[in-house]
Design a binder for this molecule. Sequence first.
Ligand code: DGL
Length: 275
Amino acid sequence: MTGPIGVFDSGYGGLTVLKEITAKLPQYDFIYLGDNARAPYGTRSFETIYHYTLACVSQLFEMGCPLVIIACNTSSARALRTIQQKDLPKLFPDKRVLGIIRPTAEIIADYTKTNTVGILGTNGTIASESYVLEINRFHPHINVIQHACPMWVPLIENNTYLNEGAKYFIQQDIQALLKKSDQIDTILLACTHYPLLMPIIRELTPKHINILPQGPIVAESLLDYLNRHPEMESHCVKNTHIEFYTTDDVENFNQHATVFYGQAIQSKHLEIKSL
Ligand code: DGL
């Protein structure tokens, strides 16, 4: 059976990834699902993030997606491995789910000269240590310095990230990260919401430090995956059709989503069945 590629995030953040994916792979059909009703995930427990993620990924499979990209670091860190190893073989043995941590970890060495990388993410992502483990698996010589920014996603989801109060929190977090090592020359935005803060982060970060969003990296890695897996690629429909779903209010989603996606969006409401 053929179907669209599913792209999932707890809310709006995955749209920054979908935007890059559709620029690179415009021929495919996509379904985007934002679980806005239950976002943010980043401050929730391991168990909760796993259950929410599994329910959303299962929903996308039931809607016909042969392949789902978890465009959320928190879900990739907390739920991806269990879904791939335990749930998928039982529930959807012919389907595939990919995360966004491994592709980012694989290529991070290309960006750092000091071999010292800063990671900014949600509590869930940072506490999981997934980036430390994955980066050091590919590049044992890289020093990975992490810092959690629990306020950033709520500021973005609530559309309050442009005021002076927000800037204060953002500055505090960047300084806290940089205080941990003066060798950091690359900061990875390890949360798909954070590219929206790029102009503010850039302004508050010394010029010699690279700031890396994930969208282009994930898009390149999906292209590579589809080239290497023709059996999966042949199940992905190519009609350039994109549908957007949110678990919360449609009007609100349409309004906010434009900023993340860069163009107007007409979404539909989706109720997620609990498993
Ligand atoms: N965009 C998600 C990520 O990449 C985080 C969102 C959340 O906390 O819900 O981690």
